[in-house]
Ligand binder design. Structure first.
Ligand code: DMJ
Length: 806
C-alpha cells in the first residue's frame, strides 16, 4: 500500500511582500484514508446519543448542585460564579447578570432530551428565583442571546408541552413576561444616533450608569444579533418596540457596509457609525451578524434579509474564503489578508453554508476544521494558516459540532457521525472533571480553566445529542424551528403572527435571490469526493519520484497556456491569493486530480521544486522583517538583534533608515487609555506597549501624541515566537496619520529585550531593517577578518632585512 502524502508549504507571512504562496496537498489514490467512511451502526449511534445525554447531565447536575442560582459553574472550584462576588475577570464578566444564566440557557435542552419533569422543575425555579433589577452592567448581545432567547424558547416549549404532552397546566406565560421585562431593560442601549445599540447597559439604570458615559464602541455581531429574539418577543407579546428597534439596528448596519467590497468591519462607533476595526472575516466580532441576516429571512420571511445576506456572502466567498481556509481581509482593501490566523468561532460558518444551500464549500471548510482537530485533538481558540496553535485555549465551544450536525443532516454521510464521535471522546478525555466539564486553558499542556460557559449546556451538548439522534428520538420536529445563535428554538410559525409595525417591501435587492437557486446543487454533491482531495491537509511526507520529461517549476510561466494545461494535468490547481496584481498563487496538488499516476508523480516533483523556490523567496521576506537591535557592550562593537514585524500603517524603515532611542514602557502597558500616565517622559524615546484591549494603530497614536520616536508592540500571548509562528504586518484602520515607525515582537523575543532592559535601565535600541542589520554585521565581520588577516600576515611576513647587519 502506498503512503498518503501531504505537506504544507504555506507561508502567509508579510502578505504584501510574498510573491508566491504555496499550499501543497497530495493524496495517493489508494491510500486507506481516502476509503469511504465506515457507516456507524444504529447501536453505536444510540450509545453515543446516550453518552451525550450523560455528558449533559454530568454538567447540569454539577451546576445545579454546586452553583445554582449563580450564572455559571466554576468546575474546578466546584462552586458558582457570581458577579461582584467571585473575583472579576474584567470585561469577560459582562456576560454575567446574577440571573442564573446557565439554568435559563439550558431550559430548552431539557425538553429536547425529553426530560419534562426536570424542565418543569427548572421553569419553576426560574420563575421563583430569577430577577433583573440589579445594578449591574451587562453585555446587550450576550443577555439577549442567552437570557431573552432562553426564556422565549422555554416559554414556547412550555406552551407546546401543555398542548402536546398534557403537562404544566399551571404555566401562564410567566417566562414570556420575564423576557419582556428583560427586553425593556435592554432598550435604553438602543438610544443612539445611528440606532445601533451600545455594547453594554446597566440592568437597573439603563445608560444612566456613569461608567457607561464613554460608551461608544460595539462589535458588528453584538449589534447585529438581536433581531430573532426581539422579533419573537414583539410577536409573542404584541409590543412592537423590540422588533422595530432591532430592524432599525440591522438597517443601520447594512448602510455601513463597504460599497465597493460589500464587506463589514468588526468594531464600530455607535454614535458616528465610523468603523473602528475594518478587519473583515466570518469569526469573532462578526460571525452571528451574518447568521442573523440569513435566519431572519428564514424566521420572518423578509426577502430583504436574504438579499443582504447574499451580497455579504458573495463578498465573503470572493475575498475571505480561499478554498477551505477563511482569513480576514480589510473591508476597504479586500485583496490583502489582514490576519494570518483563524479563530474557533468561524467554525459555525459551514453550518450556515449548509442552511443557505452552499454545500460544497461547507464540506471543504469543515474538513479543514476537522484536520485542525485531528492535529491538536481539541480545536484551539485560534490557529495559524499553517495550522499551528495561535491561541491555545479551548472553551468547549459548540461551533464545530454545530456545523457537523448540519452537515450530517444535509448529507446523511456517516463521516460526520464519526467526526462527532471523535469530538465527543475528546471532550470526555480532556474536559471532563468530577464537577462538570472544564474549559482547557492551553491544549498544549491540557491544563484546565475554572470555567464552564453556559453554552456548553445550551449548545455543545445539545448539538451532540441532536447529531446522534434519529428524528424519531426527538419529541419535536426540529425542522419546524430556527436555531438561534445560542441554539435556542424559535418556531417558524412566528412569521404567521405577523408584525404590526413593519411592511415587508419587495426591495430592489430582490434580484439577488436567484443566487440561492444556482449551483452547486446539493443533490449532485457527494461529500466524500469533495473531502478526499483535502485529506491529510496537514501532516505527512512525500516520497521521491523518478524524474521524467516534464515541465520544471523554474521554467513555468503562468501566462503560458500550455504550461497551465500541463500543470493541470499533473493534478495541480492554482488559486490566486490576495491582490492579484502581486501575482500570488496558492497551488494545490492532488493525485486524485492528476490525469494519470505518472503525471501525478510529475506534479509532486513540480511541487517540490516550487517549495525550493519558495524557500528562496522567503529570503525576500527578510527584506520586510524589522530588527530591534542594541549594543551588547559599551564599546558598541557587538550588537544583538531580535526579529520584529512591520506595520501597514507606519513608515517603513528601509535601507539605511533607522530610529534609535532609549526604551521606555508605556504606563499602562496596554496603552489604550486616552492618555499615558508617563507621557511626559516619552519624548524622543522608543515606547513599548503590550498587544490587546485596543487596536495596534490606536496604541501608535497614543505613543506618537506623547512624542515617542517609535513604538514596539509586544505580544500578549506568552510563549509566542517568530521562530515558530509566521511573522505578520500589523494592519491599521485605513488612515495614514501615524508617522512614527511601529513594529511588533512576539513574546519570546520580547522577553530577551525585557531581560536586557532590567539589566540596563537606560538601554537604547535601534530599529532597522533586519536585512540591513545582517549586512552591517557581515561588513563588520569582514572588516575584522581583514584586519586580523592583515595583522596575521604582518606577523608572519619575514622582517625586512635591516639595511645593515648590526
Ligand atoms: C455562543 O454564546 C454563541 O454561539 C455565540 O454566537 C458565539 N459564542 C458562543 C459559543 O462559542
Amino acid at each position: 500500500m502506498s503512503t498518503a502524502c501531504s505537506f504544507v508549504a504555506q507561508r502567509l507571512l508579510l502578505p504584501t511582500l510574498l510573491s508566491l504562496v504555496l499550499l501543497v496537498v497530495c493524496v495517493l489514490s489508494d491510500d486507506a484514508s481516502t476509503m469511504p467512511t465506515q457507516n456507524m451502526s444504529n447501536k453505536e449511534r444510540a450509545e453515543l446519543r446516550e453518552e451525550s445525554r450523560e455528558m449533559f447531565y454530568h454538567a447540569y447536575q454539577a451546576y445545579m448542585q454546586n452553583a445554582y442560582p449563580a450564572d455559571e459553574l466554576m468546575p474546578l472550584s466546584c462552586k458558582g460564579r457570581f458577579r461582584g462576588v467571585t473575583p472579576s475577570r474584567g470585561d469577560m464578566d459582562d456576560i454575567l447578570g446574577n440571573f442564573s444564566m446557565t439554568l435559563v440557557d439550558t431550559l430548552d435542552t431539557l425538553v429536547l432530551l425529553g426530560d419534562f419533569a426536570e424542565f418543569e422543575h427548572a421553569v419553576k425555579l426560574v420563575i421563583r428565583d430569577v430577577q433583573f433589577d440589579s445594578d449591574i452592567i451587562v453585555s446587550v448581545f450576550e443577555t439577549n442571546i442567552r437570557m431573552v432567547g432562553g426564556l422565549l424558547s422555554a416559554h414556547i416549549l412550555a406552551e407546546y408541552l401543555q398542548k402536546q404532552a398534557d403537562v404544566m397546566h399551571w404555566y401562564k406565560g410567566e417566562m414570556l413576561e420575564m423576557a419582556r421585562e428583560l427586553g425593556y431593560r435592554l432598550l435604553p442601549a438602543f438610544n443612539t444616533t445611528t440606532g445601533i445599540p451600545h455594547a453594554r447597559v446597566n440592568l437597573r439604570l439603563g445608560m444612566k450608569d456613569p461608567q457607561l458615559k464613554k460608551s461608544r464602541e460595539t462589535c458588528t455581531a453584538c449589534a447585529g444579533t438581536i433581531l430573532l429574539e426581539f422579533a419573537a418577543l414583539s410577536r409573542l407579546t404584541g409590543d412592537p418596540i423590540f422588533e422595530s428597534r432591532a430592524h432599525a439596528a440591522m438597517d443601520a448596519l447594512w448602510k455601513l457596509r463597504h460599497r465597493g467590497s460589500d464587506l463589514m468591519g468588526t468594531v464600530l462607533n455607535v454614535h458616528s457609525g465610523d468603523w473602528v476595526r475594518r478587519d473583515s472575516g466570518v469569526g469573532a466580532g462578526i460571525d452571528s451578524y451574518y447568521e442573523y441576516l440569513f435566519k431572519s429571512y428564514v424566521l420572518l420571511g423578509d426577502d430583504k434579509y436574504l438579499a443582504r445576506f447574499n451580497r455579504h456572502y458573495n463578498a465573503v466567498m470572493k475575498y475571505v474564503s480561499e478554498g477551505p481556509v477563511l482569513l480576514d481581509v480589510l473591508m476597504h482593501r479586500p485583496h490583502a489578508k489582514s490576519r494570518n490566523f483563524m479563530d474557533s468561532l468561524l467554525a459555525f460558518w459551514p453550518g450556515l453554508q449548509v442552511l443557505s444551500g452552499d454545500l460544497k464549500p461547507a464540506v471543504q471548510t469543515h474538513e479543514m476544521l476537522y484536520q485542525v482537530m485531528q492535529m491538536h485533538t481539541l480545536i484551539p481558540e485560534a490557529w495559524t494558516v499553517d495550522f499551528q496553535i495561535h491561541w491555545g485555549q479551548h472553551h468547549l465551544r459548540p461551533e464545530f459540532i454545530e456545523s457537523t450536525y448540519f452537515l450530517y443532516r444535509a448529507t446523511g454521510d456517516h463521516h460526520y457521525l464519526q467526526v462527532g464521535k471523535r469530538a465527543l471522546k475528546a471532550l470526555q478525555k480532556y474536559a471532563k472533571v468530577s464537577c462538570g466539564y472544564a474549559a482547557v486553558s492551553d491544549i498544549r499542556t491540557g491544563k484546565h480553566d475554572d470555567r464552564m460557559d453556559s453554552f456548553v449546556l445550551s449548545e455543545t451538548f445539545k448539538y451532540l445529542y441532536l447529531l446522534f439522534s434519529e428524528p424519531a428520538d426527538l419529541i419535536i420536529n426540529v425542522d419546524e424551528f430556527v436555531f438561534t445563535t445560542e441554539a435556542h428554538l424559535l418556531p417558524l410559525s412566528i412569521a404567521q403572527l405577523g408584525n404590526s409595525t413593519f411592511n415587508f417591501r419587495q426591495s430592489d435587492e430582490h434580484s439577488v435571490l436567484d443566487f440561492m437557486r444556482t449551483c452547486p446543487s446539493s443533490n449532485k454533491l457527494f461529500p466524500e469526493k469533495v473531502r478526499k482531495p483535502l485529506r491529510n491537509f496537514i501532516t505527512g511526507s512525500c516520497p521521491r519520484t523518478s524524474s521524467g520529461k516534464r515541465l520544471s517549476a523554474l521554467d513555468f510561466q503562468a501566462s503560458n497556456s500550455d504550461h497551465l494545461r500541463a500543470v493541470y494535468d499533473m493534478g495541480i490547481t492554482m488559486v490566486s491569493v490576495g491582490d492579484r496584481s502581486q501575482g500570488k498563487v496558492r497551488l494545490f496538488h492532488s493525485f486524485y486530480n492528476a490525469k494519470s499516476q505518472e503525471e501525478g508523480e510529475m506534479g509532486l516533483q513540480f511541487m517540490q521544486e516550487m517549495l525550493e523556490l519558495t524557500k528562496m523567496q522567503s529570503m525576500n521576506q527578510l527584506a520586510q522583517l524589522q530588527a530591534v537591535a542594541w549594543a551588547a557592550d559599551d564599546k558598541q562593537e557587538d550588537w544583538l538583534a531580535l526579529m520584529a514585524g512591520p506595520s501597514h500603517f507606519s513608515p517603513e524603515l528601509l535601507g539605511d533608515k533607522y530610529v534609535e532611542g532609549e526604551i521606555v514602557l508605556a504606563q499602562p502597558l496596554r496603552a489604550c487609555d486616552e492618555q499615558l500616565e508617563n507621557a511626559s517622559v516619552m519624548s524622543g524615546k522608543i515606547v513599548v506597549a503590550e498587544r490587546g484591549d485596543c487596536t495596534f494603530v490606536s496604541k501608535a497614536r497614543l505613543a506618537q501624541k506623547a512624542g515617542a520616536k517609535a513604538l514596539i508592540v509586544c505580544d500578549n500571548v506568552s510563549g509566542s515566537s517568530g521562530e515558530t509562528q509566521p511573522m505578520f504586518a500589523m494592519s491599521g484602520d485605513g488612515n495614514d496619520d501615524v508617522s512614527i515607525p511601529v513594529v511588533f515582537m512576539y513574546s519570546l523575543e520580547f522577553a530577551k529585550l525585557s531581560a536586557q532592559m532590567q539589566r540596563r535601565p537606560q538601554l537604547s535600541v535601534r530599529i532597522m531593517q533586519m536585512v540591513e542589520f545582517k549586512r552591517w554585521q557581515l561588513a563588520k565581520e569582514a572588516h575584522l577578518n581583514e584586519t586580523a588577516a592583515a595583522a596575521a600576515a604582518a606577523s608572519t611576513m619575514p622582517k625586512k632585512k635591516p639595511e645593515k647587519e648590526l
